[in-house]
Design a binder for this molecule. Structure first.
Ligand SMILES: *[C@@H]1O[C@H](CO)[C@@H](O)[C@H](O)[C@H]1NC(C)=O
Length: 301
């Protein structure tokens, strides 16, 4: 349950059912896509997608490629010459890889094979207007006329007893999670009642985000907004440093060891391998983030 009135304007104002894309994104076969705005390089593009809780699009099928090309051709302004995707080559001899996982790409739509084979500096794949939006290999520094396409999970958001909750698509280490939720005027999940505990478990059992998104160091667990970083064994909520009002530790927890037997486990995750009961975890691991904010649709008059 949220303890402070913390929300910003319109970003999350509307209550959104599960599996919908945020405004400005289009849905196709389980993912959401948008054309980002930039004139900078691929590193900038990658960071911008991440701020939008996504990653540079990783096209893996003909159908997905057709969809994304159509999206780009419909939404790109006339001065846009190309758009980065998340397929990249890290060395001259290297294979084309999907950036988030480093796995070799298996689908390609390169317009000109020769350019791909001979180049050393051309190591980012881009949708190219001059090639009718097929891919060309290009320098990752290209800025002129460039945009990028981001992909993310659909929103998974539910409201309960005056608060709304959403699971963010990308895992983060503990030090970033207050900021991740703060961007949306929200706080990290805290659980203050049996009813809220049961609701969150039901939400997580139904959810599809954990274990399905491509990213490194991913445990599939979800952070809870509690730590004992100040005093070992004295667990506190992060929002106001108050004592825990209720706990749901898994058997043998908190045991000072993380899910992977790491020491100094001063943070808390909801553990999917333990029916989402609480487990002390090392704060540097990447876990999913669940944000909690006031349900503005429930405010009347
Ligand atoms: C989870 O799914 C069940 C069955 O569809 C549904 O009754 C329940 O309300 C869902 N829980 C949440 C929190 O959405």
């Amino acid at each position: 349950m949220i303890t402070t009135v913390l929300f910003t304007a319109a970003f999350f104002a509307a209550s959104v059912a599960s599996n919908e894309c945020p405004d400005g994104w289009e849905f196709f076969e389980g993912s959401c896509y948008t054309l980002g705005e930039t004139t900078k390089d691929v590193w900038y593009a990658r960071r911008k997608c991440r701020e939008l809780d996504g990653y540079l699009v990783e096209v893996t099928t003909q159908e997905e490629n057709d969809f994304v090309k159509d999206l780009v051709s419909r939404t790109a302004a006339d001065d846009v010459s190309g758009a980065y995707l998340g397929v990249q080559k890290f060395s001259r001899q290297g294979a084309w890889e999907l950036y988030t996982t480093g796995t070799p790409a298996s689908y390609f739509d390169f317009a000109t094979v020769s350019k791909v084979q001979t180049s050393s500096v051309y190591s980012c794949a881009v949708f190219d207007r001059a090639s009718d939006w097929s891919w060309v290999a290009q320098s990752c520094d290209s800025q002129q006329g460039m945009r990028f396409v981001c992909e993310r999970c659909p929103m998974q958001r539910e409201c309960f007893q005056g608060s709304c909750y959403d699971i963010r698509c990308l895992p983060h280490s503990h030090r970033f999670i207050s900021r991740v939720c703060g961007y949306a005027g929200a706080q990290v999940l805290e659980i203050n009642s049996e009813a809220e505990k049961d609701f969150i478990k039901s939400f997580l059992r139904n959810s599809t985000v954990p274990k399905s998104e491509p990213y490194r160091l991913n445990t599939g667990n979800v952070w809870l907004g509690a730590t004992d970083l100040d005093t070992e064994g004295d667990w506190r909520w992060m929002s106001d440093n108050s004592e825990l009002t209720l706990t749901d530790w898994a058997d043998g927890e908190p045991n000072h060891f993380g899910v992977y037997q790491s020491r100094n486990a001063d943070c808390v995750v909801l553990d999917w391998q333990n029916d989402w009961k609480w487990n002390s975890e090392k704060c540097i691991f990447d876990n999913y983030v669940m944000c909690e904010m006031e349900d503005v649709s429930a405010i009347t008059g």
